[in-house]
Design a protein around this ligand. Sequence first.
Ligand code: SF4
Length: 64
Amino acid sequence: MRVVLNPDACAGYAYCARFAPALFTVTDGLAALRPGLTELPPDLLAGAEAAAESCPMDAIDVLT
Ligand code: SF4
C-alpha cells in the first residue's frame, strides 16, 4: 500500500494533516508526506483514506 500526494494540486486546506497527522505535514500552505513513508503501514490506512476523501483538491491517492 502506498499513499501518493500531488503537490501541484494541493491548495493548503490542511485537512490531510488533521485526519492523518502521522502521514502529512502542511507548511506554508503546502502539504508534504512525512519522510520514510514509501510503504503505508496498515495501521495508517484508515487515516490515509480519510485524508484522501477529505482533500477538496483530490491531491491524495491511496494505492492498495
Ligand atoms: S487536504 Fe489536500 S489540498 Fe489540503 S493540504 Fe492536504 S493535500 Fe493539500
